[in-house]
Design a protein around this ligand. Structure first.
Ligand code: KIV
Length: 268
């Protein structure tokens, strides 16, 4: 299994790091078999698996439950689990306890949390102090959609560019071993990746981050919307609907089950 030292070495040797999200036993199994470097049990599960409009309703229990399933499917892959909205905002005690639950109960190797303001830097340091590796997440942070005013690309203005750059330096200083950069201009993603010694993983952050992450359902064409930064490698949604319709038609037309699908009694 790769680990935080492997990821740092990969950055130094300019080997791209591949991260994919997974949410259950089969996706964990397929992602591990597909040779990714690390898995993220993202709170995007709220949208792509649980049918919520955003990630805000995802609970710690949801992430633990799904991380356990992913771990069963991907026993040999480094797994990071997302800390859900409000699980690291209230007190450092609660933050540490919640991070520990993701490791001890969920079976994750690391946790990820969003944001770079001073209270988040304290949260990162407190969790790292418990020997739990932390991934920071800056730029378009989906847990902040209400305060950002929607899923808006961040860091386009010079002042925001500078703020995110400064926060990137600070999350590294606070002890994060990796940084996810989401929804920012390529120029900013490149600049941050060059300045930091920890690896950066981009999603809609251009070509120059040290690695890339995409949501499992987006890669496989199982989501309804396709943002600009997504590259689809399959169209499983159409395949699934086509297969289910065919199954249904076969039953209605008495074409399934066939002779080969039935059991027969033992002849005396
Ligand atoms: O929740 C998630 O899947 C994420 C990635 C998109 C980075 O945070």
């Amino acid at each position: 299994m790769k680990n935080i030292r492997t990821f740092r070495k990969m950055k130094q040797e300019k080997e791209k790091i591949v991260m994919v999200t997974a949410y259950d036993y089969p996706s964990g199994k397929y992602v591990q078999t597909g040779d990714v470097d690390m898995i993220l049990v993202g709170d995007s599960l709220g949208m792509v698996v649980l049918g919520y409009e955003d990630t805000l309703q995802v609970t710690l229990e949801d992430i633990i439950y799904h991380t356990k399933a992913v771990r069963r499917g991907a026993p040999d892959t480094f797994i990071a689990a997302d800390m859900p909205f409000m699980s690291y905002h209230l007190s450092l005690e609660e933050t540490k306890e919640n991070a520990a639950l993701l490791i001890v109960e969920g079976g994750a190797n690391a946790v990820k949390l969003e944001g770079g303001k001073p209270s988040r830097l304290e949260a990162i340091s407190a969790i790292v102090d418990c020997e739990i590796p932390v991934i920071a997440h800056l730029g378009l942070t989906p847990q902040s959609i209400n305060s950002l005013g929607g899923y808006v690309i961040q860091g386009k203005k010079q002042v925001d560019h500078q703020r995110i750059l400064e926060q990137a330096r600070q999350v590294e200083e606070a002890g994060a071993f990796m940084l996810v950069l989401e929804g920012i201009p390529e120029k900013l993603g490149k600049e941050i990746s060059e300045i930091l010694t920890i690896p950066t993983i981009g999603i809609g952050a251009g070509r120059f981050t040290d690695g890339q992450v995409l949501v499992y359902h987006d890669i496989l064409g199982m989501s309804d919307i396709q943002p600009k930064f997504v590259k689809r490698y399959s169209n499983l949604k159409d395949e699934i609907v086509k297969s289910i319709k065919k199954y249904s038609t076969d039953i209605k037309n008495k074409k399934f089950p066939e002779e080969k699908h039935i059991y027969k009694p033992i002849a005396k």
